[in-house]
Design a protein. Structure first.
Length: 144
């Protein structure tokens, strides 16, 4: 029975983490929706703005894959939408024809600057770390 209890607690922790993540993403989506963006759109724009701070700086799409919470194909579709909206531009890597570069456009930089305070104003998730588990990892509880 002890194994079942430990297993149940582990399952509850995973559900708590997923719930906080889902809640946070929904709140960010809600805040950015009036600007025509979602949380994942902003995440890509924000990474590009941070990694490529000057106009014309480029980032390899492959470098974004490990930093966003999307599959490679979903990221590719998202970048396609951002490109269609004029926020980013893609180009093929001359050294490695399999590689693709992505860069913020002037419009993309302006939109990022406009929505950055909106995204940052989203309140943090309603949770608090209340105790340590035997493995030393934090257990999160939703605040009421």
């Amino acid at each position: 029975m002890a194994g079942t209890t430990a297993e149940t607690r582990l399952e509850e922790r995973w559900r708590d983490i997923l719930s906080v993540h889902a809640h946070t993403m929904c709140e960010i989506d809600r805040a950015l929706h009036p600007h025509g963006l979602g949380a994942s759109d902003f995440e890509v724009l924000d990474i590009l703005a941070t990694q490529s701070p000057r106009q014309g700086d480029q980032c390899r799409v492959q470098n974004l894959v490990g930093r966003v919470h999307l599959s490679q194909s979903a990221l590719s579709r998202l970048i396609g939408r951002l490109e269609k909206d004029g926020l980013v531009e893609r180009s093929v890597c001359a050294e490695d024809r399999r590689g693709v570069w992505v860069a913020l456009t002037a419009k993309g930089r302006a939109v990022h600057a406009e929505v950055l305070p909106v995204q940052r104003a989203v309140p943090p998730p309603p949770c608090s770390c209340t105790h340590q588990t035997p493995l030393g990892s934090a257990r999160w509880h939703r605040s009421s």
